[in-house]
Design a protein around this ligand. Structure first.
Ligand code: GTP
Ligand code: MG
Length: 178
């Protein structure tokens, strides 16, 4: 079955986004402390496709060994999963472009994995700040990319971005040969 995975820095809101998309608050475990999701968790939706919650990167307090274990698990998953139709990379909309996110996007792009960006926590800033923040990020990406990925803006709190992301998934499912 087709699947859609969510990745990004620890605490960016991956698990919260999955709960928002599915309208099920406690489905994916969330926490205000980074490093909550530790394994690859699959959630079957409508018996047709999967949402996949991944552990985040960039958790400063993680040990070297656990960072290496994360890298191997994530690299294997991303590179080998044939039914992964889109990798959603989540970015905290409040932050200026972070090298760790840019590097990760560059790596995924170079591996030709289909990706989309989701700017999370948009309820925390004003409409004008949202525009500015996304523009700033796009400028950064244009330094290495000719064509920019699809961009969504979300709030798990306000349920913003839900219809757009689900519509995109439904459309992408149509391309999957069952
Ligand atoms: P790890 O599993 O640790 O990598 O984190 P995660 O990316 O899954 O983040 P998680 O969904 O657990 O959310 C982290 C914190 O951010 C929680 O306190 C959430 O309530 C909060 N949060 C997530 N999304 C939003 C959002 O859209 N708006 C606001 N205001 N808070 C959010
Ligand atoms: Mg999580």
């Amino acid at each position: 079955m087709p699947e859609y995975a969510f990745i990004g820095r620890s605490n960016v809101g991956k698990s919260s986004l999955i709960n928002m998309l599915t309208n099920r608050k406690g489905l994916a475990k969330t926490s205000s402390t980074p490093g909550k999701t530790q394994l690859i968790n699959h959630f079957l939706i409508n018996n047709k496709w999967y949402l996949v919650d991944l552990p985040g990167y960039g958790y400063a307090k993680a040990s070297k060994a656990s960072k290496e274990a994360w890298e191997k698990m994530i690299r294997d998953y991303i590179l080998k999963r044939k039914n992964l139709l889109t990798l959603f990379i989540l970015i905290d909309i409040r932050l200026e472009p972070q090298p760790i996110d840019i590097d990760f996007i560059d790596w995924v792009g170079k591996k030709e994995i289909p990706l989309a960006l989701v700017f999370t926590k948009s309820d925390k800033i004003s409409k004008q700040q949202i525009v500015n923040s996304v523009e700033r990020f796009k400028r950064e990406l244009r330094k290495s990319w000719g064509e920019l990925p699809l961009i969504f803006i979300s709030s798990a709190e306000k349920k913003n971005g839900r219809d757009e992301i689900l519509h995109f998934i439904e459309e992408t499912n149509k391309e999957f040969v069952f």
